[in-house]
Design a protein around this ligand. Structure first.
Ligand SMILES: [Zn+2]
Length: 297
């Protein structure tokens, strides 16, 4: 499916890779070891979390369909077992694109119930002007939960907890309790201005709440997998939380004063932060526009 996307999105947000299979041929899956059996994988789209061991492979997210063979090959280097469970952190296409392939390969797909609802029907991401088609049944989560779920696999408890109305209305944050690893899904963009999908039930307050919960759970040695961006520490998550809170407060106060979108954007409330956060994902003006649209509600 090709959709007319605003230029900035096509160029930067999910990269042309989402739409051009050619680009996927150049993507390499990079594997980073986080504990004796938990790994982070970076390819295109959302970062993956992987647990391997005697009980089988537990995978977080599936990136894009075209990458499934590469992801399977990267996992095969760590374990001879197939993917037993695959948990989606939320419904967005750059995290669920490989669902159909993995479902066909026998993985049990698990997610918060709103992920199944959104994948089952036609979707619309308003800020991107992007329509999505319902997923085939094999690509849908067949196990859903409302608030939380625990997996007892590979020698540890893996806790999946719903982060309500954060990046979307179906975000899950996953904690590997023994490995001391947390996967934040898209409630955390490390070093990048985040996208918050208002039309999918996302909110600034929910993202801040998810970050606060992550900060409470994490210790100084916890390895934190963000939805996008490199592997993070608790300090990185704190910096992200503080950046988002500061810009949102500045935008909210201008909304209170009755300022129009153009005026708020022109005031450049992110000016001091752009060098650190504004490179390559959401451009600063678009980030402010997105916050304005969310906070105005
Ligand atoms: Zn997302």
């Amino acid at each position: 499916m090709r959709t007319a996307l605003p230029g900035f999105v096509a160029a930067t947000l999910f990269a042309a890779a989402a739409y051009a299979q050619d680009d996927m041929s150049k993507v390499e899956i990079q594997t980073e070891k986080l504990s004796d059996h938990v790994y982070m994988m970076i390819g295109a789209g959302g970062n993956l979390g992987v647990s391997v061991g005697d009980d089988g492979v537990f995978l977080i997210d599936s990136q894009f369909a075209a990458l499934t063979p590469k992801i399977q090959a990267a996992i095969a280097k760590l374990s001879a077992k197939p993917v037993r469970f695959m948990l989606n952190t939320h419904w967005h296409f750059d995290h669920t694109g490989g669902n159909e392939n993995l479902g066909k390969a026998g993985a049990v797909i698990v997610a918060q119930e709103n992920v199944r609802k959104r994948l089952s029907s036609e979707g619309f991401i308003a800020f991107l002007g992007m329509k999505t088609q319902p997923s085939p049944a094999i690509a849908l989560p067949i196990v859903t939960f409302t608030r939380d779920a625990s997996f007892h696999l590979n020698g540890e408890d893996i806790r999946a907890a719903h982060a309500p109305n954060a990046h979307t209305d179906g975000d899950t944050v996953v904690q590997f309790t023994k490995s001391n690893v947390i996967h934040m899904g898209d409630t955390f963009f490390n070093g990048l201005y985040p996208f918050i999908d208002t039309s999918s039930g996302g909110s600034v307050a929910g993202v801040l709440a998810a970050a606060d919960r992550g900060l409470k759970t994490a210790g100084d040695n916890t390895k934190i997998i963000p939805g996008h961006g490199p592997l993070a520490t608790k300090a990185d998550l704190k910096a992200y939380r503080d950046m988002l809170a500061a810009v949102a407060a500045a935008v909210a106060s201008q909304i209170k004063q009755g300022k129009k979108l153009e005026e708020v954007v022109a005031s450049k409330p992110t000016a001091k932060l752009d060098a650190a956060w504004g490179k390559g994902f959401l451009a600063p003006d678009k980030f402010v526009e997105m916050l304005y649209g969310n906070l105005k509600k």
